[in-house]
Design a protein around this ligand. Structure first.
Ligand SMILES: N[C@@H](CCC(=O)N[C@@H](CS)C(=O)NCC(=O)O)C(=O)O
Length: 194
């Protein structure tokens, strides 16, 4: 497998899962402004979407969209999936919530929003995170081990820390547990973030 990622971007979630899994994988960083990869390739030729994450799987096919990439990785490495008859559905539900309610709400911070837009986004994100904290089933969202959704949440809590968005206590505790994991720190070092 090969992951295209950009430091600070949402591709961090898949990058951590690959490290946690001890998977044999390659990775290449992408400048998401210029669309040039670290080796000088045109990222738009990899995917015309021009954004990360993009995961080249062993069949040679490319998987894009965080929800799909993380769902794929949970299928390959079931320790990051969710058990039970509705496990897959609950996992996709959480990934969709994190993508559409949290990730996308950071737009004003990444794209020069006004102070008013940032304040509205901040309140929205904190409220949406609170729901996840209230419904968490253990040390992590789905129990006592992290799922791929926890790593996607971690991307968002890192952004919240960076931009001064309040993180509810229960979510801050999940963030701290994730941050203490060796594979998480190894990934942050690999991305030049620690
Ligand atoms: N719909 C995509 C969006 C991914 C996304 O927003 N990626 C950002 C980094 S967090 C990016 O690469 N942006 C560059 C661009 O859109 O040109 C997904 O959910 O995976």
């Amino acid at each position: 497998m090969k992951l295209y990622y950009c430091p600070w971007a949402c591709s961090l979630a898949a990058h951590i899962v690959l490290h946690e899994a001890g998977a044999p994988f390659e990775s290449e960083s992408v400048d998401i402004r210029t669309k040039i990869t670290a080796s000088g390739a045109d990222f738009n030729a990899v995917t015309p979407k021009g954004y990360v994450p993009a995961l080249r799987i062993d069949t040679g096919e490319l998987v894009t969209e965080n929800i799909a990439v993380l769902d794929y990785l949970a299928g390959v490495y079931p320790r990051f999936a969710v058990d039970g008859p509705l496990g897959r559905t609950r996992l996709v539900e959480a990934l969709a919530y994190i993508s559409t309610e949290l990730h996308k709400s950071f737009k004003p911070y990444w794209h020069n929003g006004t102070d008013a837009q940032k304040a509205a986004a901040s309140a929205y994100i904190t409220a949406r995170m609170r729901y996840l904290g209230d419904t968490a089933r253990g040390d992590y969202l789905f129990g006592d081990e992290p799922s791929v959704a926890d790593y996607y949440l971690f991307v968002n809590t890192r952004w919240a820390e960076r931009f001064g968005v309040e993180i509810p206590t229960a979510i801050a505790a999940i963030h701290a547990r994730l941050n203490a994991r060796a594979a998480v720190q190894a990934t942050l070092v690999a991305e030049g973030l620690a």
